[in-house]
Design a protein around this ligand. Structure first.
Ligand code: AMP
Length: 325
């Protein structure tokens, strides 16, 4: 049976195959400002969004990350309640959690980072707890590239697929480490601006060719409200973004996308290019929920029917039947 039938009819829960997924990245406090409002410190971080999104597809999600003892237990409970294993979440006594603050402009496509306080992240040693060293899949969410590569080196076996996300912050301050980590992964996800910065090319086609030559087999370039591109060898697949009535806060959309992407791959245990195209649609569908409210609010409890309807909307968005004789 093709997934397309399975995909529409049985959107959730995807518990047919229990493949383990290990996630790293920041678990953080975020303070966000958009034209629609402002938040104080709320739960954020790349690994938070990734694991919440992935938890809709596989119930075997574990985190390796770090917070300070200022991080409320209720936030950790929130992750646990979604079935996310936080045995690998270190809580550092007397230290402060990673803090990020950003402001979006009117078009919501561009943002300015106001504050990045590494705090506990500055000397994070990613210890992988016993029992979690052989994940089927690995998602390296955004954090220091040296931590991402250290985590890979600590696993007992190479996962079936390693997906990595990163951002311009690390290109600016840790380019050598970043290049090393990029050479170790299978899929790299970055946004269009970062692809241009990393490659030195304006054309995304040329940028993709150069980045694929750095090591990854696949490259995903996220283009915000303009969708996402998946590159593999000389092929390219495009997934649109949902045209939403309202976008309140794009924070975490990229991470939610990545979590949906790897969650779908893990739940189907299929790393073919064809299946990655489906994963792109699931990632985009989850990201479209994320931006409709502030922070993680809208991805804490997505109704299975709503998710199914949104995936159907995505299919309709660019599907056309060319009549042939
Ligand atoms: P996104 O909007 O998907 O790019 O991700 C936003 C999330 O990334 C926020 O929740 C931040 O806490 C986190 N973040 C921001 N800057 C960094 C950084 N330099 N390293 C890791 N995570 C970051």
């Amino acid at each position: 049976m093709g997934y397309s039938v399975f995909l529409i009819k049985e959107i959730s829960p995807f518990l047919h195959l229990i493949m383990s997924l290990l996630v790293t990245g920041t678990v953080a406090f975020d303070a966000i400002e958009t034209p629609f409002g402002k938040t104080d410190k709320i739960i954020g971080g790349a690994a938070t969004y990734v694991s919440l999104a992935a938890s809709y597809f596989t119930k075997d999600v574990a985190l390796v990350a770090v917070v300070g003892d200022d991080f409320p237990q209720e936030y950790i409970d929130l992750l646990n309640n979604k079935g996310i294993n936080t045995k690998g979440l270190q809580v550092k006594a007397g230290e402060k959690s990673f803090f990020w603050s950003g402001r979006y402009f009117n078009d919501m496509n561009s943002r300015e980072t106001l504050i990045t306080e590494l705090n506990v992240l500055a000397d994070f040693d990613p210890i992988v707890p016993e029992g979690l060293e052989s994940p089927d899949y690995l998602m390296l969410g955004n954090l220091a590239p040296i931590v991402q590569s250290t985590l890979i080196s600590r696993l007992k076996n190479r996962p079936k697929l390693i997906v990595m996300d990163t951002m311009n912050f690390w290109m600016d301050i840790a380019m050598d480490d970043l290049m090393k980590t990029i050479s170790m992964v299978d899929v790299l996800t970055i946004n269009d601006e970062e692809a241009r910065q990393l490659s030195g090319e304006y054309s995304l086609r040329k940028a993709a060719r150069k980045i694929l030559a750095m090591g990854p087999k696949y490259l995903i370039i996220k283009k915000g409200e303009h969708g996402a591109l998946l590159f593999f060898e000389e092929e390219v697949y495009f997934a649109p973004a949902m045209l939403l009535e309202d976008v309140f806060d794009p924070t975490g959309a990229g991470d939610t996308f990545a979590g949906g992407f790897i969650g779908w791959i893990a739940s189907t245990d299929d790393i073919s290019f064809e299946n990655m195209k489906r994963a792109l649609i699931y990632g985009s569908a989850l990201a479209s929920f994320c931006v409709e409210k502030f922070g993680t609010e809208n991805i804490l409890d997505i109704d299975a029917n709503k998710l199914r309807d949104r995936v159907s909307d995505f299919r309709r968005l660019s599907y056309v039947d060319f009549l042939t004789d």
